[in-house]
Design a protein around this ligand. Structure first.
Ligand code: HEC
Length: 124
């Protein structure tokens, strides 16, 4: 994905968020497909992220991880500013998308983007 497409994509995400805001209170539970806690337990602490990063995951597992990380990027962090959250989760979305596409660099991108401490320090 080129930088320009990435910029367009994150712009679109912001718009989706703005449009989704007024209805958010009514369906708070269904709005988030995976809570941040879910993603942490299933993908980060669990084996999914490691499996995809090491190249041993099936197509379905790569897609599952990508879906989780897209949901994570749309969640609101309970701490820290939105700009930083967007940057950290954006890198994860990009890396998992590369994995789905079969990009050879995806494993390295994922390992770099999944910086537990950097994100926990500002957002957990
Ligand atoms: C993009 C940001 C981000 C990254 C990267 C990240 N985390 Fe987290 N993590 C969070 C946030 C935010 C919470 C707090 C969630 C909450 O309490 O709602 C959290 C919470 C957790 C929890 C507690 C879940 C619970 O049940 O309360 C665990 C365990 C965890 N992370 C493990 C990891 C591990 C292991 C890594 C690295 C491989 C990692 N995380 C990377 C943002 C991140």
């Amino acid at each position: 994905m080129t930088a320009r497409v990435a910029a367009l994509f994150s712009g679109a995400l912001v718009m989706v968020c703005l449009v989704a805001l007024p209805t958010r209170a009514a369906d708070d539970d269904s709005a988030a497909k995976y809570s941040t806690k879910d993603v942490m337990k299933k993908a980060f602490k669990g084996p999914l992220l490691k499996k995809v990063a090491s190249g041993g995951a099936s197509e379905a597992e790569k897609k599952e991880l990508h879906g989780m990380l897209v949901a994570l990027s749309k969640n609101k962090p309970k701490k820290g500013d939105a700009e930083s959250w967007k940057k950290l989760t954006g890198a994860l979305v990009k890396a998992s998308e590369a994995a789905v596409k079969g990009d050879a660099k995806a494993g390295g991108m994922l390992k770099k983007a999944a910086n537990c401490k950097a994100c926990h320090n500002s957002h957990k």
